[in-house]
Design a protein around this ligand. Structure first.
Ligand SMILES: Nc1ncnc2c1ncn2[C@@H]1O[C@H](COP(=O)(O)OP(=O)(O)OP(=O)(O)O)[C@@H](O)[C@H]1O
Ligand SMILES: [Zn+2]
Ligand SMILES: [Zn+2]
Length: 742
């Protein structure tokens, strides 16, 4: 037996549900996810249209008489219906309501309904028009005659399509005839704003001649694409190896075959350079969306995409849902970035969602990074993805030389500044030579960990091996298991009293730098200096024109930027991300440091980088200094296996929030108990519930329960059962529950 999950109406919040129908034998081979079908619905069995969002061999509930699908509406598998099918998949796999999933996937259609006017304009001269009318009057094509008459009568030779269809009975086929014969054109009067900033001034760039290794990478990818079901490609190329050139070559192929491509990039800071590069190569086939565009501007871009005016869309996570009709390629650049994971329900990951969309559309996926996520590299090793490598920089330019600066020694040398003596020396050399430097203050994941400035010891959870977080200045808490201890006033290792939180800011760094190097021109890029529209572009373009010598910033300045005159990179407080209260902190640190180091020496001059740290022996720091991904991966995978963290196992977080702390505690406790009842196997690890990393936001308390298991589908099934349990239990009415998979 075949069953179809069908959504009936996407505009009614009440019907936020899919319904299961039987698929009659004769439709079994034809029915597909995304198709529009007709079904009997409700008590009166009125025939309604529905979208197929899933197909299975098993009924969801046994022993119930299901209705059957009445018919398949042929030719109705549209871009939109495929996106709706994608939403159905997201709902099932990430846990959310169907409406939330639909709003994610079709965000714009739900908000704005366009009142677009289209015009039919006469293209031929009036004389030719009169002649044609004479010829036509001999035929039986009355609708053509009526339209031509009306156009000739109108002073401007221009009438509205809506009017023509109502008053003259003009059909689409009549319009097609007029267009094909070159008699008239049909155009909308909306002038679409170009979303590419400063587009007129971007010079056209001819395709680069690929290096041998780039060409080999392209060939490897193309040969995978010859398979009927090509696997996703993980393009692992060191910083500055020219991954973008590889992307552009493949996009070019796709466009020439009549296809379309989506390029995801992680943050707005990147769009300035990346968009320029893509626009330079492909011109106005390219557009961009980002969160700084107005709703109307975003709408325009999606509409242009839908109408086939665009071939390439560049943007952040949400660009994944660009309604292209012939989508053939999805590229996710800097694949390891955490911004590809949604923070709202459905908490989807762009990587998996892209792979699923590609499957529905017949597209391929490329994931690119110099520092792949553990998940992606693991999948590539397992053969689920194809691993393609670029092992050297373009033109064999050397990777930067890296020194690790042990900050514990600085304290002994009497230097209490955030800049080490070594970094100050190198900065002054760099300035003397007229080269540029970047100072990166690592603020990512700063969550109140406690460490010793004398010996570097960090207070960690004895059960989870993650940093403990300070609460109210007195307690230390683990955000995975809830372990608590009193904050010590002396270091338990070296007895030093210098144990406490870590404080540093970009502004302070700027003051220090300006005092030490009064002649240097300094730019700062952080949250405060980039709030105004256009400020990213301003700072980055000023720096790239060498109008400043030093750029100081947070992680914003690290990723993807290509400044050929930068020869020195200084990384301050490398430990901050290492000590985040998260099992991914080692991975994040390695990625940030490797990417930051990778900004140096990209032009013809050699680069140098300094990493300042209190934990010089940590493998994340050691391997980032060597820029040795493989060695890092082996170490990190050992830890993940030992602790059962992803990708060694799958993890589902059950996030509860409520204004009532007691109620929340009880509710989460019962969810934990119920989980034990659903699945009693020893291989399911249930951890917590514990207060969430940010335990209380605006008077709303938050707690988390973690479940770990090797089998993703098992976790999804547990999620389904928990959802049912929550729905029927009144104790959850004032508790909000969300699911988060990793
Ligand atoms: N085939 C080529 N011809 C000319 N220049 C190239 C070529 N390949 C790469 N480059 C240049 O080398 C530099 C680095 O390339 P690119 O920015 O594409 O690297 P990347 O792999 O994306 O780096 P990262 O991961 O660090 O962002 C750029 O300035 C780029 O223009
Ligand atoms: Zn100590
Ligand atoms: Zn713990």
């Amino acid at each position: 037996m075949t069953y179809a999950d069908i959504i009936v109406d996407i505009s009614h919040e009440k019907l936020d549900k899919s319904f299961q129908y039987l698929v009659p034998e004769k439709m079994k081979d034809e029915i597909q996810v995304g198709m529009v079908v007709s079904i009997p619905f409700g008590r009166g069995n009125h025939v309604r249209k529905g979208y197929v969002v899933g197909i299975s061999d098993e009924p969801k509930v046994k022993g119930i008489q299901l209705k059957s699908v009445a018919g398949i509406e042929n030719d109705q598998e549209t871009t939109e219906s495929r996106l709706i099918a994608l939403a159905g998949w997201m709902k099932e796999n990430y846990g959310s309501t169907m409406i939330q999933a639909l709003k994610t996937v079709l965000p714009i259609q739900k908000k704005i309904k366009a009142q677009e006017k289209r015009w039919i304009t006469l293209l031929i001269s009036r004389e030719d028009g009169e002649k044609l009318l004479e010829e036509l009057s001999m035929t039986r094509f009355k609708a053509r005659i009526r339209l031509l008459e009306a156009l000739l009568q109108n002073e401007n030779g221009k009438i509205e399509t809506a009017w023509a269809s109502k008053e003259l009975g003009t059909t689409a086929s009549v319009l097609r005839y007029f267009e094909e014969q070159g008699i008239a054109s049909v155009e909308s009067d909306e002038v679409y704003r170009n979303a590419v900033a400063d587009a007129e001034n971007i010079p056209h760039v001819a395709p680069a001649v690929l290096s041998i290794s780039q060409q080999m990478a392209v060939n490897q990818i193309l040969s995978e694409w010859e398979h009927p079901d090509p696997r996703p490609v993980l393009l692992h190329g060191v910083t500055g190896s020219g991954k973008t050139e590889v992307y552009m070559e493949l996009i070019d192929k796709v466009i020439k075959e009549g296809g379309q491509a989506i390029v995801l990039i992680p943050e707005i800071a990147l769009t300035y350079q990346t968009v320029r590069r893509f626009y330079g190569r492909f011109g106005d086939k390219v557009s961009v969306i980002n969160s700084r565009l107005s709703l109307g501007e975003r709408y325009d871009q999606f509409k242009r995409a839908k109408q086939g005016e665009l071939q390439v869309m560049v943007g952040p996570r949400s660009a994944l849902f660009t309604p292209f009709g012939r989508l053939r390629l999805i590229i996710i650049d800097e694949e390891h970035e955490s911004s590809y994971k949604s923070e709202n329900s459905p908490r989807y990951h762009a990587r998996e969602t892209a792979i699923h969309r590609a499957k529905l559309e017949g597209a391929r996926v490329i994931l690119g990074s110099a520092t792949p996520s553990m998940e992606a590299y693991y999948r590539a090793k397992e053969g689920e993805y194809v691993l393609v490598k670029l092992e050297a920089r373009f033109e064999e330019r050397p990777l930067p030389r890296v020194s690790i600066i042990d900050m514990r020694e600085q304290l002994k040398k009497g230097n209490r500044l955030a800049l080490s003596l070594e970094l100050r020396e190198d900065l002054s050399q760099c300035l003397k030579k007229g080269e540029q430097a970047m100072l990166f203050l690592n603020r990512r994941g700063y969550a109140g960990f406690v460490s010793c400035r004398s010996c570097g010891h960090v207070m960690k959870c004895p059960h989870c091996d993650v940093s403990l977080s300070e609460h109210n200045g007195r307690k230390l808490i683990c955000h995975y298991c809830g372990y608590e201890t009193v904050k010590p006033d002396k270091c338990p290792v070296c007895s030093s009293p210098y144990i406490g939180g870590f404080k540093a800011g970009t502004q302070q760094i700027q003051q220090v730098v300006e005092k030490e190097f009064p002649e240097a021109r300094v730019l700062r890029m952080d949250y405060d200096t980039t709030r105004a529209k256009g400020s990213y572009e301003k700072i980055l373009s000023a720096f790239s024109r060498h109008e400043a010598d030093i750029l100081i910033g947070t992680q914003m300045i690290v990723k993807g930027h290509d400044f050929p005159d930068v020869t020195l990179v200084g990384i301050l407080a490398a430990d901050l991300s290492l000590n985040a209260d998260d099992y991914r902190s080692g991975e994040r640190t390695f990625q940030l440091l490797t990417q930051a180091v990778g900004r140096a020496g990209r032009g013809r001059k050699e680069g140098h980088a300094l990493i300042q740290t209190y934990s010089p022996d940590h493998y994340s720091i050691q391997t980032a200094a060597k820029q040795d991904y493989e060695e890092f991966y082996q170490e990190e995978m050992g830890y993940r296996l030992l602790m059962d963290y992803p990708p060694a196992a799958h993890m589902m977080a059950v996030l509860g929030s409520s204004e009532d702390e007691k109620l929340l505690e009880t509710a989460m406790h019962y969810l934990g108990l119920f989980t034990g009842k659903i699945y009693a196997g020893k291989d399911l690890h249930v951890i917590g519930p514990a207060p969430a990393s940010v335990g209380k936001v605006k008077d709303v308390y938050r707690r988390v329960l973690y479940l770990k298991h090797e089998n993703y589908d098992l976790l999804v099934r547990i999620k389904d059962r928990l959802e049912e349990y929550i729905e029927i239990n009144s104790g959850f009415r004032k508790v909000n529950i969300q699911f988060d998979f990793s």
